[in-house]
Design a protein around this ligand. Structure first.
Ligand SMILES: [Zn+2]
Length: 501
């Protein structure tokens, strides 16, 4: 009986949500274009499933959050006025977000049945293969660019090509431009940023509209087209992220629903806050409060919302496409590296490492630094002061080594010329303080973070400066400390607690 009442309430709410889903300020022609880009997907079926999910999420009882008990107290940082719109912000403004799964994905009819089943259907689907199952055949992605009115802007095309290049270099997936291949991605300028998930068959649209012309947005949408969901919807998400639903407007809560272990396979690769497939912590908030908090907040809070492919998701994409089977023998990779499926006698290295075995500092700008017992001061920076907004990141690599058996203590004394944004997507500093260098290190890009003190886990700490705007500069002091010193991060942005990791 109770279930029947609940079902009728959900159906009622779904009908309200469906009639109220809206298209923002989109014209009839724009709505038509969007619907065309859904391809074979049954628009009404998709809209109904989305409305059902939205209503169910909105009707769910939300436990009250207890700041300081269930979550650390983080003072919201003051965002730079150069903050760019995130994907869900863009898609909410244009009006397409309510018509897409988790804000920016088109699902096929089959995917709708499995991922957003109508009541009762879920149990029948339980034993099906791991999703997303739609791999590009022969590990080859064909793509084309729309022409005429739907053509990408010059900048969107550049970032699309940069995004392709990043995924290509890091995996065994080939990308071939073709206007005739049966299955292909068609890059076009739609209203917002969105894509299918995996290869769906035929021509599938990937939109990079106004606001989506960044390397981060392009590589993110390509991640979907290759088969990735959002990192924050991983089935094991709650182990790594506190999502405070009470701070998310009811109509957007369904964007934070989790996949199940039947629809989301992560190949044993851990959650990484630096994933390019991760939304930032307050993008849909109307109050500037964080609603997605890393369990290692505030230390890793600025990592979420990144524009840079994380090494862990590179490993995952390689596993998804069976790339490791290409190398039955080859290089011995250190520091968490894996054999490069394009050249098995070389390695793909976590950021901060290079060389055939991932044992060297990447060539170019940066420095090799030796920690001593006395504190030394140095400057960590990338880019140039005269550099305007660029499509790709400039990077400089630093490597601090302490004697074996010691740890490294680093204090950020000043952060200047930084643009403070969630995800540090304009640039900043990344400190790999964990011993496992596969993880994205601690990223900082806000002047307010001066005074942050870090004690590493190991005796070698790569530091990466990165920038796509000007020259973010961080002054640090560093020295070695005894291994008995607890590995911690202390910042000014948390009330009365040290984070031990
Ligand atoms: Zn997305």
């Amino acid at each position: 009986m109770q279930q029947m009442i609940l079902a009728s309430v959900v159906a009622f709410l779904a009908s309200i949500a469906a009639s109220d889903s809206g298209w923002g300020t989109m014209t009839a022609a724009q709505i038509d274009q969007f619907k065309q880009s859904l391809g074979e997907t049954d628009v009404n079926k998709f809209d109904a499933a989305l409305a059902r999910a939205r209503a169910a999420a909105a009707a769910e009882e939300i436990p009250e959050s207890r700041p300081g008990v269930d979550e650390p107290i983080i003072v919201p940082k003051t965002k730079s006025n150069l903050a760019e719109d995130t994907i869900s912000q863009i898609n909410t403004k244009t009006g397409v977000a309510p018509h897409l799964y988790h804000g920016d994905m088109i699902l096929t009819n089959k995917q709708i049945d499995v991922v957003m089943p109508a009541s009762g259907a879920a149990s029948r689907k339980k034993r099906q293969a791991q999703w997303p199952a739609e791999l590009w055949a022969g590990r080859t992605v064909y793509y084309t660019f729309a022409t005429g009115a739907a053509a990408l802007s010059a900048r969107a095309k550049q970032v699309a090509l940069l995004g392709i290049d990043q995924w290509r270099k890091a995996t065994c997936i080939s990308f071939v431009q073709s206007a005739t291949a049966k299955n292909r991605i068609r890059f076009f300028k739609g209203d917002g940023c969105y894509s299918n998930v995996g290869m769906t068959g035929g021509v599938q649209d990937l939109s990079l509209g106004d606001g989506c012309e960044t390397i981060g947005h392009a590589a993110h949408e390509l991640g979907h087209a290759l088969g990735f969901w959002h990192t924050q919807s991983r089935w094991d998400r709650d182990t790594f992220l506190n999502v405070i639903l009470a701070r998310i407007p009811a109509q957007w809560r369904d964007q934070f629903s989790k996949e199940t272990s039947a629809t989301n396979h992560n190949y044993g690769v851990t959650y990484d806050y630096g994933s390019i497939m991760h939304y930032d912590g307050r993008e849909l908030s109307s109050t500037n409060q964080y609603y997605a908090l890393t369990k290692l907040a505030p230390t890793y809070q600025d990592n979420i919302g990144s524009y840079i492919l994380s090494f862990n998701e590179i490993v995952m994409m390689n596993a998804h496409y069976g790339c490791p089977t290409k190398c039955t023998s080859g290089a011995t990779c250190l520091n968490g590296g894996i054999r490069n499926p394009r050249a098995c006698n070389q390695c793909l290295c976590p950021s901060g490492w290079a060389g055939t075995q991932c044992a060297a500092r990447p060539a170019g700008c940066g420095a090799a630094l030796t920690a001593t017992a006395a504190a030394q001061t140095t400057t960590i920076a990338a880019g140039s002061a005269s550099m305007g907004q660029t499509n790709a990141f400039a990077m400089c690599n630093y490597l601090i080594r302490a004697p074996a058996g010691k740890k490294v203590q680093i204090v950020l004394t000043t952060l200047t010329n930084n643009e403070c944004v969630d995800g540090c997507y304009h640039g900043g500093i990344e400190i790999k303080a964990m011993s496992d260098h596969r993880y994205t290190g601690i990223r900082k890009c806000c002047a307010e973070d001066k005074g942050t003190a870090i004690v590493s886990q190991g005796n070698v700490v790569p530091i990466i400066a990165f920038s796509r705007l000007n020259r973010p500069t961080t002054t640090i002091t560093y020295k070695w400390v005894e291994a008995t010193v607890v590995s911690t991060v202390t910042t000014a942005k948390i009330a009365g607690t040290k984070i031990t990791y």
